[in-house]
Design a protein around this ligand. Structure first.
Ligand SMILES: [Zn+2]
Length: 377
């Protein structure tokens, strides 16, 4: 009967209303997140869930990544392609915009976007970039340069001198020192700007103890650094060095991005051994960052990838520490990528969200609110 149904509905609404005790209604969801002072953003290039799983099962079922309890997923597609490249992927993290594949720190309309590194630098934070590729490669470049195409390595190197970054460690010395596009010697220009500049050819990074009164650049190779298997071993040590260097450079706080660049190259070459070794090396970086953050208590550590590479599968027949790895492509895939967060405001990073949200959440975690509408620079 419609009338009875009506009465029943009224009654139900009444009961539901009555059940809401006044004290319970408000229940303010705890938006009172503790702000972070520092951010360490660790990007495993090409590190999706299969890469993490392969590293875990190739490393006696143990990774530093297991220490995280806040985990989310980001959607890595770019504005031009469902399958992103590292330039668009890193620009999404750096600027909070979806852009086209190949773009370095530019919107899809090729307008330069202010990166989180640039914004924090202008706010007095100490900033740093470390990579196991050249420092002008897509991921680090997207945090500090603005170029329409990722292959403009010399232009990217020149852009770096426009930013007062505190620390750079990575390969690519030739793009600074022996340039083909112009006669500039950026190695020398960095020095004149006040940087302590050194490189692999002169001395080992672990033998240097530079004053924190001056910013620091160290080139680990002329072009790309070696694979870990071939002897590259600086990434975890450079990370702990950078943390203690940057924390002394500013009372405001610091922002450090470290890229495990060559996990991706294992995916591209369908080389499971390379991929696993690079991912395990990168996990050592995670360990260094967490060790500091646990002691410090004011540092937000984020670990993610920009995209998955290779369409990696751990096939039947695999055993612990003896995996049967297979690939579906020499390129990247569109799979969502995990985000691990530890420290103040880490809670922001649970759930499923766009890759651009990583940028927004980092700013939220630092308590920075956008007053600026435009961001050209
Ligand atoms: Zn790639």
């Amino acid at each position: 009967m419609p009338y009875r149904l009506f009465l029943g509905t009224i009654l139900l609404i009444f009961i539901l209303q009555a059940c809401k005790s006044p004290e319970k209604i408000v229940a303010p969801a705890s938006n009172e997140l503790r702000p972070a002072k520092n951010i360490i953003l660790l990007i495993g290039d090409g590190m999706g869930l299969p890469q993490i799983s392969a590293a875990l099962y190739s490393n006696n079922n143990k990774l530093n990544l297991e220490q995280f309890s806040i985990i989310g997923f980001h959607k890595p597609y770019s504005s031009s392609d469902l399958i992103t490249d590292s330039a668009a992927g890193a620009t999404a993290f750096a600027c909070g915009v979806k852009t086209y594949n190949g773009s370095i720190g530019m919107t899809q309309d090729t307008v330069p976007c202010t990166t989180i590194l640039e914004e924090l630098e202008s706010r007095g934070y100490a900033t740093g970039l470390i990579a196991s590729s050249t420092i002008v490669h897509a991921t680090p470049a997207s945090f500090i340069a603005h170029q329409p195409l990722r292959v403009f390595y010399e232009a990217i190197a020149a852009d770096i001198l426009n930013v007062d970054v505190d620390l750079l460690i990575g390969g690519g010395k030739r793009y600074f020192e022996r340039r083909e596009d112009d006669e500039r010697d950026l190695y020398e220009e960095l020095r004149q700007k006040g940087y302590i500049v050194s490189d692999y050819y002169k001395e080992e990074l672990k033998d240097i103890n530079p004053t924190t009164k001056r910013p620091f650049v160290y080139f680990t190779a002329d072009k790309h650094p070696l694979t870990h298997a071939a002897g590259r071993d600086y990434l975890p040590g450079a990370t702990s060095f950078a943390i203690s260097f940057l924390e002394r450079r500013s009372d405001q706080g610091f922002f450090l991005m470290v890229e495990g660049s060559q996990i991706d190259w294992g995916g591209h070459s369908n080389d499971g051994g390379l991929l696993v070794e690079e991912a395990i090396d990168f996990d050592q970086v995670v360990g260094e960052a967490l060790r500091y953050a646990k002691r410090d208590g004011e540092t937000l550590v984020l670990v993610t990838g920009d995209h998955e590479s290779g369409g990696l599968a751990i096939n039947p027949g695999s055993q612990m520490n003896k995996l049967q790895l297979a690939f579906t492509t020499n390129g990247h895939t569109a799979a969502m990528v995990p985000v691990f967060a530890y420290g103040p405001s880490a809670e922001l990073f649970s759930g499923i969200y766009e890759n651009t949200e990583v940028h927004n959440k980092m700013k939220l975690a630092l308590g920075i609110h956008d007053e600026t509408t435009s961001s050209s620079k």
